[in-house]
Design a protein around this ligand. Sequence first.
Ligand code: PGA
Length: 255
Amino acid sequence: MSRKPIIAANWKMNMTPSETSAFLEPFLSTFSEPTSVDIVIAPPFISLPKAAETVTDNPAVALSAQNMSHEASGAFTGEVSAAMLKEVPVEYVILGHSERRSLYGEDDAVINKKVKATLEAGFKPILCIGESLEERDGGQLEAVLTTQLEGSLADITAEQMADVVIAYEPVWAIGTGRTATPEQAQETQAFVRSVLTKLFGDDVAGATRIQYGGSVKPGNAGELIGQPDIDGFLVGGASLDPSSFADIVKAGAAG
Ligand code: PGA
């Protein structure tokens, strides 16, 4: 089954509004026509309106938030709601990133509420999963990924899965310069797809896009995208430079 690759820039807590414009102007002139990959930029909340202003009418690039509250509105200091993101607007929302899980205590139950809230609001969640090095070395890889998928996707229907993107990001490869080998990433992502088959059936599993994330760079993007179960990337550090992110997108489009 052919799946359109999706390459997303996760800027994390980088890029002020003015830095966002400075990045996007040259980047958007390179990608002004639809390409064979979906390109997604996820700036911090404060820079999203500036990004939306700059991206307007560019058919090649979509915007994503890096998180969203599952609550609709009210006394939740520091949180951002679906209605707020709709006014930007964004198309995608990254959920369950390992930094949210480990630094801010998000567990699968809360991530599941967020997945439901994003889908109900008409956004496409990019659901992150991944194991620590300790878990991989301790033989827990498959159990950890299964628990994360079952918990985060509880009560999600096969129909709703059409809008869900999974990002497999081994925690030990994030920001460390240590990428999973193409074989390791492929083997793990094939396993992730097999869990999706159990949960939702072959058709959904075959159609769901699974990104790889963790120290993706222009130099390794080509061999990673060549793997059959790698359908794009979630890129942190290397997405902060327009030419390096453009090279990763080009590698994805050529793959
Ligand atoms: P990295 O981050 O590319 O800097 O390793 C990836 C991510 O956390 O999404």
